[in-house]
Design a protein around this ligand. Structure first.
Ligand code: FES
Length: 102
C-alpha cells in the first residue's frame, strides 16, 4: 500500500492503495466516480477513458502510480447542469433529436 496524490476533477485527492491497481478501480471504488466504466479491460473499447494532463487515456490498464500528481478529468468533471461542457451539450442535443424522431 502507498499513499498516492492525484488531482481529480480539479480537486486534490490522496488514496492509500496498491500502486499497481488500475486507475479505473481507484476512481470507481475509492473515489466513487462512476463516469469511467469497465468494458473490455484490454484498452480497446474506451469505456474507461479519462483525460490525464489533456490526453485521453484508458484507465483500465493504467497503474494508479502512473497518475501520481497528474491532473485527471472524468465525465463528472467536464461540466455542470448550469454550465455543460460542449461534449455534454452535443449529447443533450443528440438525445433531444432522437426523442423528436421517435
Ligand atoms: S475498459 Fe475497455 S478500454 Fe478500458
Amino acid at each position: 500500500m502507498a499513499k498516492i496524490a492525484l488531482k481529480v476533477n480539479g480537486q486534490p485527492r490522496i488514496v492509500d492503495t496498491d500502486p499497481d491497481v488500475p486507475l479505473l478501480y481507484v476512481l470507481r471504488n475509492d473515489l466513487e466516480l462512476n463516469g469511467p466504466r469497465f468494458g473490455c479491460g484490454l484498452s480497446q473499447c474506451g469505456a474507461c477513458t479519462v483525460i490525464m494532463e489533456g490526453e485521453a487515456v484508458r484507465s483500465c490498464n493504467l497503474p494508479v502510480s502512473a497518475a501520481r500528481d497528474r491532473s485527471i478529468t472524468t465525465l463528472e468533471g467536464l461540466g455542470s447542469v448550469a454550465h455543460p461542457h460542449p461534449l455534454q451539450k452535443a449529447f443533450l442535443k443528440s438525445k433531444r433529436r432522437s426523442a423528436g424522431s421517435a
